[in-house]
Each structure stands twice: as structure tokens, then as C-alpha cells.
Design a binder for this molecule. Structure first.
Ligand SMILES: [Zn+2]
Length: 368
């Protein structure tokens, strides 16, 4: 019998006002928190206020580090870790989208130990790591249930992960009400990130029947919203459903990791500043056409869960949601293809990609 592993040490609490009700959850993490967030959104969506109120009622001390930028850098995580040390923080609270949550995970490691910069992406993460509470304020990243901290590595000119089972958040608190004010663009791009996670994980070589069950359920939950992402009026209940689908995507990639679509997107984000979810969605249709051609049954199963006919329909919906595409020059695409194809992510899907495949995906995605 083949061995199957499934590891999810994060306690997930999902529901309306779950942050305000989580006094005991915060109390059991420690005495002093570093709150890690971006410059703006956590303050306007109410999540930061809710967290501060609970900490104050609990008489827990805290400091706020609110300088996490999109696609956080190595400098950022060291700066946040220094703030945590200075404050004497013994736990970390991340509020925001993927960037604050991903940055917070590495900060939780760096705040507990002195790790040299040159070892950041190569050294195995060992204990101690400060406990982390995650409060997502977008629905897409799934970072609240993954062991990955994706950072921008300027030395390698791409995004790289610090990954370890020790980086799973201790607790995640999910409430769709924090997403009510999100713009249409952010809603679409983050939702398409979740869609990439679900599809890539379901079609990963590393998928087990359990992780696949999670991914397929996420696709089914996502299906009623997919075609109307650009026109819908979102209620808090809709936001909850999208957040739940996104969280299932996170649980799935926590088991399988992401695959080629994420790898092909990293260059688009690094060199063209294309938002992460959008970068994935730009190549997702072309990738699914290749999967459909080579593994028709597997493609059919995931597309059926998503309630679309075939990869062509998926591509058409994505094209409509994405609007006008960025311009990528053929020589740029060639360079990104050569860089990407050597990465294990390009080989970890059920269809391993050759250089020619990657060229074809970029060419189709950008009309080259
Ligand atoms: Zn992603």
C-alpha cells in the first residue's frame, strides 16, 4: 500500500466575528505580540481594530509593524524580525493578504534565532520559531494554512520560498467581512490565485487522493462565483464562500506545493510587476490546454468540478476577467522560459513541461 501523508497543524477557526471572540486563542500564544501588516488595508477593513481590541482586553502588549509591501523583500523580513526582538514579542499576528502572512512566517523564525542573510533560502528551518496567528483579509493566497513564506530574492531575480512544517501558523481566524471593501480588481486577482492553487494541486504529481478531494471540493465551491467574478455584487456570505474555497486551495498546496503555473508567473511578477494572482491566471488557460491534450481524463475531472466545458472555455472566461493583457516581448518570454524550465515546479505537475511546452504557454498567453 502506498504511503499517504497529510499534515495540517494549523487550527482553523472560520466564522463571523471570530476574531472578536478569540480572546483565549490570543492569550495562549504569549504575552507580547508583533502585529505584521501592510501599510493600509488592515486599518480600513476593521481587522486591525478588532485585533487591538482583543489584545487590550486581554492586557497583552503589542507593537505594530505595518511596512510589509506587496511581494515582500528580504530586507522587509529582517526589519520586521528586528522590530519583534525589540518589542520582546513572543508571538506574531499577521493581518492581510499573502504578503503580510508570508513575511510574518519568516519573521517568526528570524525573531527567534539569528540567521545570516546568505543562509535564508538554504538553511533548514529548525525550532524555535515564534507562534503565528493569521487573519487573511483577501481570499486567494491560502497562506493562512500553508508552511510557505514566499519572498522576493533580488539576488536571484525571482521569488523564492522559505518553507518548513514549523512555519505553519498556529491558528488562523477567517471572516469574510474583512473582504467587503475589496476592489473588483483585487477580488478577481486574488480569487484567480486561489483557482490556480486548486487546479495546480489537483493536477500535481504529488497529489494524494486526500489532497485531491480537498482541491476538488474547493473547485466546486468556487464554481458558482467564477464566471461572475467581474460583475457580481458581493455579500459577506459570498465573501465567506470564496475565502473558504481559497483556504481549501491553501490546504491542498500545503500538501502538494504549487506547480508550473506559479513558476511561470514568478518572472512576470518580478520583471513586469504583475500582481501574483493575475500572473498565474495569464498562463493558466494555456497550461490547461496542454493538460487537456495529454491527460484528458484528469483535465475533465477538474474542469467539471469548476463547471466549465473544457480548457477553451476556461481560457475564454479568464481572458474576459483579465481584460487587456500586458505586453511581453518574444525575447523576454524566451529568457523566462529558459530560466523556468529547470525549476522542479515545471516537472511536478502530471504533465512535466519541456522547454518547448513552456515557450508555447508563454506564446499563447501573450499572443507571441
Ligand atoms: Zn499563489
Amino acid at each position: 500500500m502506498t504511503q499517504i501523508q497529510f499534515y495540517l497543524p494549523t487550527e482553523v477557526i472560520f466564522g463571523r466575528d471570530c476574531v472578536q471572540k478569540a480572546h483565549e486563542v490570543f492569550l495562549r500564544q504569549g504575552k507580547t505580540a508583533l502585529i505584521v501588516t501592510g501599510t493600509h488595508s488592515a486599518k480600513v477593513n476593521g481587522a486591525l481594530q478588532d485585533v487591538e481590541a482583543v489584545l487590550q482586553q486581554n492586557q497583552q502588549a503589542y507593537r505594530i509593524y505595518d511596512r510589509v509591501m506587496p511581494n515582500p523583500t528580504v530586507d522587509c523580513v529582517y526589519e520586521g524580525a528586528a522590530a519583534a526582538k525589540e518589542a520582546g514579542a513572543d508571538f506574531i499576528i499577521a493581518i492581510g493578504g499573502g504578503s503580510p502572512m508570508d513575511a510574518a512566517k519568516t519573521m517568526a523564525w528570524l525573531a527567534a534565532q539569528d540567521i545570516k542573510r546568505e543562509e535564508l533560502f538554504t538553511r533548514k528551518v529548525t525550532a524555535p520559531v515564534l507562534p503565528i496567528i493569521c487573519i487573511p483579509t483577501t481570499a486567494g493566497t491560502g497562506s493562512e494554512v500553508t508552511p510557505y513564506s514566499v519572498l522576493t530574492n533580488d539576488e536571484k531575480q525571482t521569488k523564492m520560498s522559505v518553507a518548513s512544517p514549523l512555519l505553519f501558523p498556529a491558528v488562523s481566524l477567517l471572516d469574510g467581512k474583512y473582504m467587503l471593501g475589496l476592489s473588483r480588481t483585487v477580488t478577481i486577482h486574488t480569487a484567480l490565485d486561489a483557482l490556480s492553487h486548486l487546479l495546480e494541486s489537483a493536477l500535481s504529481r504529488r497529489a494524494s487522493r486526500w489532497s485531491r478531494a480537498v482541491a476538488l471540493e474547493g473547485l466546486r465551491m468556487f464554481a458558482p462565483y467564477f464566471k461572475t467574478l467581474d460583475t457580481a455584487e458581493w455579500t459577506a456570505e459570498d465573501r465567506d464562500k470564496l475565502l473558504e474555497a481559497s483556504m481549501l486551495g491553501g490546504i491542498a498546496i500545503a500538501q502538494t506545493s504549487t506547480t508550473a503555473v506559479h513558476m511561470l508567473g514568478y518572472a512576470l511578477t518580478y520583471f513586469h510587476h504583475i500582481d501574483h494572482g493575475r500572473a498565474n491566471a495569464l498562463t493558466l488557460g494555456a497550461y490547461m490546454k496542454l493538460v487537456e491534450a495529454r491527460q484528458p481524463q484528469e483535465a475533465k475531472e477538474v474542469l467539471t468540478a469548476l463547471e466549465v466545458q473544457d480548457a477553451a472555455e476556461l481560457t475564454a472566461i479568464l481572458a474576459r476577467l483579465l481584460g487587456e493583457k500586458e505586453v511581453i516581448m518574444p525575447e523576454q518570454a524566451e529568457r523566462y522560459a529558459q530560466e523556468a524550465v529547470g525549476n522542479p515546479k515545471c516537472q511536478s505537475g502530471i504533465i512535466p513541461l519541456s522547454l518547448e511546452d513552456v515557450r508555447q504557454i508563454y506564446a499563447e498567453a501573450f499572443g507571441l
